[in-house]
Ligand binder design. Structure first.
Ligand SMILES: C[S@@+](CC[C@H](N)C(=O)[O-])C[C@H]1O[C@@H](n2cnc3c(N)ncnc32)[C@H](O)[C@@H]1O
Length: 377
């Protein structure tokens, strides 16, 4: 792993290193609030759903352009295998895979291939993810076979050359751990690197480089030659301004709510100082450099998508979604019984903030990245 330049060349890790990383993985609490209750991710993921909706047509266009049907026909079982990485508990993942299947079917029809394949969908997420809710809520009219693939997507999850289409939406910004440099030196009372010091940003960037490199290497093994991969990723473009970033401002307010609660003796100040959000938001050039460095994929498309909040910020929805996303992690760090109060306070601050209801604060960037595994076209 090159330490001097976080976006230098991507390093392929030795197996022994990977085993050690696996062992040290701290992402166990990076899963969403399960169940079907009012606070669950399944009922608080409209924000993420809108990102999928923005990508719907792009997925169709890219599959139409880049899927090689002749290549798929080599499968002796005539099965088209799709994996959704970081699928959570639904319903967004069902929407995503149904869109992919409809695009693949269209391509088959256009190519006069009357024998459409069986579709098999693998749902991947961390072992602790609420797979029971996911499988209980599978659409009854689905036209695909299903299986779970639990485990970190930073590791290998499937046999070599077994997956035709990999998909990952709104999940790759979760780094596998907080970099040691940040936990050791602290983060000046902040809970996030955005808008912070270079000494904090760089280790986050290096962690992202390592994690994303592992993700790409694993998917490179698993995809068939010519296999396709769509990534919808939270990002932060070179020109994005932190003080105009709605998400960044909300993280800032979350940090100040934690400080307020520490002052009231709900937990210690040290607890707040040692809390860091495990998120990194790459720029387009960072993504490109890391993908190209693996030499495993051809970048068919990389494009900015608008933030779902850029037209009409839904601050209440965003705060509830953040609670479903971060609740487990926060409870693990600060103890049981703090989440309700914390997010109640956050909602008050967010709604009172004159800036956040202004669209100009929600220009945050999401990227659509479409890749083809090198090999047979
Ligand atoms: C915000 S949710 C997105 C869920 C879904 N893709 C969507 O668009 O609604 C992020 C998901 O990534 C999962 N995740 C985070 N780190 C992961 C990892 N290392 N391996 C597998 N899943 C991971 C989380 O458990 C969570 O379910």
């Amino acid at each position: 792993m090159k330490k001097d330049h976080p976006f230098g060349t991507q390093a392929h890790m030795h197996t022994a290193d990977m085993e050690e990383k696996k062992f040290n993985e701290t992402s166990r609490k990076h899963y969403m609030k399960g169940g079907d209750g009012p606070d669950s991710y399944s009922r608080n993921s409209e924000f993420q759903k809108q990102v999928l909706t923005s990508a719907e047509d792009l997925i169709h266009q890219q599959i139409d352009e880049h899927l090689n049907i002749q290549n798929c026909r080599f499968d002796p079982l005539n099965t088209f295998r799709i994996a959704d990485f970081g699928c959570s508990i639904g319903p967004n993942t069902f929407y995503a895979v149904e869109n992919i299947i409809s695009a693949v079917k269209n391509k088959y029809e256009k190519s006069n291939q009357n024998q459409t394949p069986d579709f098999q969908v693998f749902f991947n997420d961390l072992i602790e993810n609420d797979f029971n809710t996911l499988f209980r809520n599978l659409p009854s009219n689905r036209t695909y076979l299903v299986a779970a693939a639990p485990g970190s997507f930073y590791d290998r999850l499937f046999p070599k050359k077994s997956i035709n289409f990999a998909h990952c939406s709104m999940a790759l910004h979760w780094v596998s751990r907080i970099p040691k440099e940040v936990t050791e030196r602290g983060n000046n009372g902040k809970i996030h690197y955005l808008g912070g010091e270079k000494e904090v940003k760089e280790p986050y960037a290096a962690q992202y480089e390592e994690d994303f490199g592992r993700f790409l290497t694993a998917r490179g093994d698993e995809l068939v030659d010519g296999g396709l991969m769509a990534l919808l990723a939270f990002g932060f473009a070179e020109g994005d301004v932190y003080s105009l970033s709605g998400a960044g401002m909300v993280f800032e307010m979350l940090g100040s709510c934690l400080e307020d609660m520490a002052k009231l003796g709900k937990f210690t100040k040290e607890k707040v100082d040692s809390f860091n959000l495990p998120f990194y938001f790459p720029s387009e050039s960072e993504l490109k450099a890391l993908i190209e460095a693996t030499g495993l994929f051809c970048i068919e498309k990389i494009a900015k998508m608008a933030s779902p909040m850029s037209h009409k910020p839904d601050l209440k929805g965003f705060t509830s979604s953040l609670k479903a996303v971060l609740g487990v992690l926060i409870e693990d760090h600060f103890g049981n019984g703090v989440v309700e109060e914390l997010f109640g306070r956050l909602l008050e601050k967010v709604l009172e903030s004159p800036i956040l209801s202004d669209e100009k604060y929600w220009k945050d960037t999401n990227y659509f990245v479409f890749l083809k595994r090198n090999g047979v076209n």
